[in-house]
Design a protein. Structure first.
Length: 366
């Protein structure tokens, strides 16, 4: 059986790179011939990599080039890409009947409200549904609430899918309400594999608070970060994006370094989904600032695992700023009940994915 995966894999983003690696790795571990379809829409590629071009921004260029190169090398070393690469939808037609199964996801491949906009390719419009099964795994609409003018087209495409597995409750609702199709919520694929062979341990002797952010953080959030670092006597290290609070900024870190930094951190503060995921994977004390555009996926995950108290609320920030007494459990997480919930969800997610691929043929999964 030959399987193709269509996802975000070519962009300068740790979470996207690692989820692509994870879904390929798990399916490959089940003995399937699987590859990621090397589709790189020009619009997306240009937005992510244009900072590498202007000479007047040399400092950012010299930081981003190593990181982008490391991400590319990480993918080439750890996943199989299709022989052909395409930059437009027309080229994808080559793969209309080359696979037994095509999987879209994970990540926000169905989000209509991001800079990527609507792209019917990620609803597998190029796949011949008479010769190839269409399924999704942990696909997400992100912060999209309504399908609007795309509703009828998406309805028609979604109803060609044999199985729909999504990452959050909002996506379940949209599929149910606007596409009249059943969807099942599963974990992000980064939960499905182990990272012992993929991480590179940092050469940092002191204990540190790892800061991994994408959206800007405000003054109150900065005060919170400084409070935690001071209270726990931790050096602040920022990965990916520089931050003025950090004693060390590791902008050029590759995926292996990024994983290692999360695995060895004494505390993690993030405003990203995958920063949250890897805090949980490595059983770290952590807190999350939740941007509006990530509220669906981050809150959904934390509520499911009983960790919603890790979200830094306005009340908690106010307590910090006013030096009030607050719950000291901010520094401790009891991961025993979390692990029980997570282990069950991992087994379920693996089962749903293998059954979707094999049509319930009784494949063994690990």
């Amino acid at each position: 059986m030959k399987i193709g995966i269509l996802t975000f894999h070519h962009i300068d983003n740790y979470g996207a790179t690692l989820q692509a690696c994870a879904i390929w790795s798990f399916i490959n571990s089940q003995g399937y011939d699987v590859e990621i379809i090397d589709y790189r829409p020009v619009k997306i590629a240009w937005i992510y990599f244009r900072p590498l071009i202007p000479l007047k921004r040399l400092q950012k260029v010299f930081v981003n080039i190593p990181r982008a190169w490391k991400m590319r090398q990480f993918l080439l070393s750890n996943v199989k890409l299709s022989d052909r690469k395409f930059y437009d939808k027309k080229g994808l037609q080559y793969y209309h009947d080359k696979y037994d199964v095509v999987i879209c996801g994970s990540d926000q491949v169905w989000c209509l409200d991001s800079f990527r906009g609507y792209n019917s390719s990620f609803f597998l419009d190029f796949v011949n549904n008479k010769t190839t099964r269409k399924i999704s795994y942990a696909a997400s609409f992100g912060n999209t609430i309504k399908l609007r003018n795309y509703q009828q087209e998406i309805y028609n495409l979604i109803n060609q899918f044999q199985t729909i597995l999504v990452r959050d409750s909002n996506s379940v609702r949209i599929i149910n309400d606007e596409c009249n199709k059943e969807a099942t919520k599963v974990l992000d694929p980064t939960f499905l594999i182990k990272y012992d062979q993929l991480k590179e341990l940092p050469k940092i002797k002191e204990k540190y608070l790892l800061l991994y952010t994408q959206a800007e953080i405000g003054a109150e959030e900065e005060e919170f970060i400084k409070f935690v670092a001071d209270e726990q006597k931790l050096t602040i290290i920022s990965v990916g994006k520089p931050n003025r609070l950090a004693q060390k900024n590791l902008e050029g870190a590759g995926p292996k370094e990024w994983i290692g930094l999360h695995s060895e951190a004494s505390y993690i503060v993030t405003n990203t989904f995958h920063g949250t995921v890897f805090s949980i994977i490595f059983h770290k004390p952590f807190n999350v600032f939740v941007p509006n555009d990530k509220s669906n996926k981050v809150k959904d995950l934390l509520v499911d695992l009983g960790l919603e108290n890790r979200i830094v609320s306005d009340k908690l920030k106010s307590q910090i700023l006013n030096k009030e007494i607050f719950d000291k459990e901010i520094f401790d997480i009891d991961y025993e009940p979390v692990s029980k919930i997570l282990e069950s969800k991992i087994l379920q997610s693996k089962k749903y994915l293998v059954e979707a691929i094999s049509q319930g043929a009784g494949d063994i999964y690990n």
